[in-house]
Design a protein around this ligand. Structure first.
Ligand SMILES: Nc1ncnc2c1ncn2[C@@H]1O[C@H](COP(=O)(O)OP(=O)(O)OP(=O)(O)O)[C@@H](O)[C@H]1O
Ligand SMILES: [Mg+2]
Length: 592
């Protein structure tokens, strides 16, 4: 016969138990309370004996007063102890969950951008909410509750041994046998459970996409298609849940049947003994009561395994993330970056996201205060190139220097503090307009925030919001236009006031009039700062000191506007595409 399989303790579980260690005083206190509960339950069972013997058989009037009083006292003590142990156990459980959740979120925040581009947002959310809650259930209801149940059973078993030792021995060989199928069920539940949790995460990420991207669903008439896809996912969860249910609901009737066998045996054997006069009727009743009291805690314990298996499946999903390490790390002895404008130097830089090289042998030196414009066809590698500067990704080969220091030799926080970015897609948080602008600058004064908004030509429309600068952006929903979002992002970068600026299509959603205005603000801002500007519209880069043409992962041309036109190469082609044939090669870009 197989041994009862005990879940193997992996390093992950040990680490989780490390969380428990920190709360050991509370855990010990609650264990003490649980012991009191167990002792009182055992006392209750035991009191049946004197009650039957002294009151019903001997009809002792003093005991008629004393025993009910004792019962009352036992219940009061048991109630207080149950409250204490329940409160403390849940406190410990919830505390562990809170710390685990914070640790998970904290860890995710420290993972590199590549992690977030690979994983689905909905799936990650599901781990922090759904999976952590499953562990919470394991701790609060199962593991913690089971401490009390175990104590109670030990107490009751002691009582039965004290009363009729021989019968107790017979009766309790049955229980371990009962445990075997229950543990087998548990293993199966755990396997199914992991599948269910993955299915739930999958549904979450589906929901995230189709609800946040609902505009496209509608525009392409895909409502029915998405309904169908959702129904399939729902159905999959239903099937998995039912698979788990089939196993779970079987364990309870099985327990009851085994319990019934035990009780029948006790009545048969105990009855014999009482009839023979070996034991009193009171002793027998007390024994039977103790066995009866065992039913509840045993039933709970049998469910413990299911809950633990579910919990362990969730633990795995959480540790899959916790064990992922960031490849963007701080060096052991970081070099600090000197203040002032910076020189940025790309030296033989290669870069790939996965398999194929996206940037090939990039050599580029940008002087302090120089404004570099990056142009080129879509997919050429412009965004990838500037992403390397704040170490969103690390180079695959070569190096990038800031003032002669390899950026991997500096602290990531230090490096990023030097850089203000306006990304290609405007990203705003569900917070007030003010806080969106002051993001990353908690000490910004009201005056500075308004100035930044004014310089980005965002002040006017923000003041037109229902509550001005205090209007939560989320409340506006999609009422913000693309250009308005972009201007808030520009204000945010302006406020950061960093020596290096990266503007990735920062004005692409603006009309020519507001672009001209914002452009002026940006030009003022660029003064004295090392700047990378990515632009599709060549008309907007007239102020650049140097233009870099990126195509197919390489820098194919660089120089000033007229030099590049004269060369009649890539830049010339781009220019032709935008302005047609009607220009004279010497003309400067139209800057409105
Ligand atoms: N996160 C990513 N993972 C894998 N490949 C990527 C990723 N981001 C971009 N790429 C690939 O890298 C190449 C360069 O993309 P990049 O975004 O740098 O181009 P771009 O010049 O900024 O284009 P655009 O002008 O359209 O913004 C493309 O082939 C693109 O498919
Ligand atoms: Mg880009």
């Amino acid at each position: 016969m197989k041994m009862i399989p005990v879940p193997k303790l992996t390093p992950r579980h040990k680490e989780l138990l490390g969380f428990v260690k920190d709360s050991w005083t509370k855990l010990a206190a609650s264990a003490a309370c649980s012991a009191v509960v167990a002792a009182m339950t055992a006392a209750m069972a035991y009191l049946v004996k004197p009650a039957v013997e002294k009151i019903f058989e001997q009809k002792n009037p003093r005991m008629l007063m004393l025993i009910p009083a004792a019962v009352l006292a036992v219940f009061i003590i048991k109630g207080l102890a149950a409250y204490g142990s329940g409160y403390l156990l849940n406190f410990v459980g919830q505390d562990i969950i809170m710390r685990l959740r914070n640790r998970l979120y904290g860890h995710m925040q420290d993972l590199p951008l590549s992690f977030f581009q690979r994983e689905k947002t909905g799936d990650l959310m599901s781990r922090i909410t759904n999976d952590v809650n499953i562990i919470s259930a394991m701790f609060t209801s199962a593991i913690t509750g089971s401490i009390r149940d175990c104590f109670t059973i030990i107490g009751l078993v002691s009582v039965t041994f004290f009363l009729i030792p021989k019968l107790a021995i017979y009766a309790f060989v049955i229980f371990p046998v009962a445990g075997i199928p229950i543990f087998q069920f548990g293993r199966k539940v755990r396997r199914v459970r992991r599948g269910t949790q993955e299915a739930v995460a999958d549904m979450n990420s589906f929901l995230h996409e189709t609800l946040s991207g609902n505009k496209i669903v509608k525009a392409f008439g895909m409502e029915d298609h998405e309904k169908k896809r959702f129904a399939q996912k729902s159905r999959r969860i239903f099937r998995l849940e039912m698979k788990e249910t089939r196993v779970k609901v079987m364990s309870s009737p099985l327990m009851e049947f085994l319990g019934g066998v035990g009780i029948a045996f006790i009545i048969w054997y105990g009855g014999h003994q009482v009839i023979r006069g070996a034991y009193t009727f009171g002793t027998f009743m007390s024994f039977l009561t103790a066995v009866g009291f065992m039913y509840e805690p045993l039933k709970k314990l049998s469910k413990l395994n299911n809950a633990v298996q579910r919990g362990l499946a969730a633990v795995d999903r959480i540790f899959d993330i916790l064990e992922r390490e960031s490849d963007i790390v701080n060096p052991p002895d970081p070099v600090s970056i000197p203040p002032g404008a910076h020189r940025i130097h790309f030296e033989n830089v290669d870069f790939k996201y996965d398999a194929t090289l996206v940037l090939k042998n990039i050599n580029l030196e940008v002087a302090p205060g120089e404004i570099i414009a990056l142009v080129g066809v879509s997919g050429g590698g412009k965004t990838s190139l500037v992403n390397l500067v704040p170490r969103f990704y690390d180079v695959t080969a070569g190096r990038i220097l800031i003032d002669g220091i390899d950026i991997r030799q500096t602290r990531v926080e230090d490096l990023r503090r030097q850089i203000a970015i306006v990304t290609q897609e405007p990203i705003l948080f569900n917070d007030t307009a003010r806080n969106n602008i002051a993001y990353g600058n908690p000490n910004a004064t009201e005056q500075q925030i308004i100035q930044a908004a004014r310089a980005a030509y965002a002040e006017e429309f923000i003041r037109g919001f229902p509550r001005g600068f205090d209007t939560p952006i989320g409340e506006l929903g999609s009422r913000l236009s693309g250009g308005q979002k972009q201007r808030i992002c520009i204000a945010r970068a302006l406020l950061k006031d960093a020596p290096v600026l990266i503007l990735d299509e920062a004005t692409s959603s603006l009309d020519s009039e507001s672009e001209a205005l914002v452009q002026k603000a940006l030009e003022n801002l660029m003064q004295g700062r090392t700047t990378f500007v990515i632009a599709h519209r060549l008309s907007t880069i007239g102020y650049a000191h140097r233009i870099i043409v990126v195509a197919n992962g390489r820098i194919v041309e660089e120089g000033r506007h007229d030099e590049l036109l004269a060369r009649r190469g890539e830049y010339y082609k781009l220019y032709l595409m935008q302005f047609g044939n009607n220009f004279s090669p010497g003309m400067t870009p139209v800057s409105n």
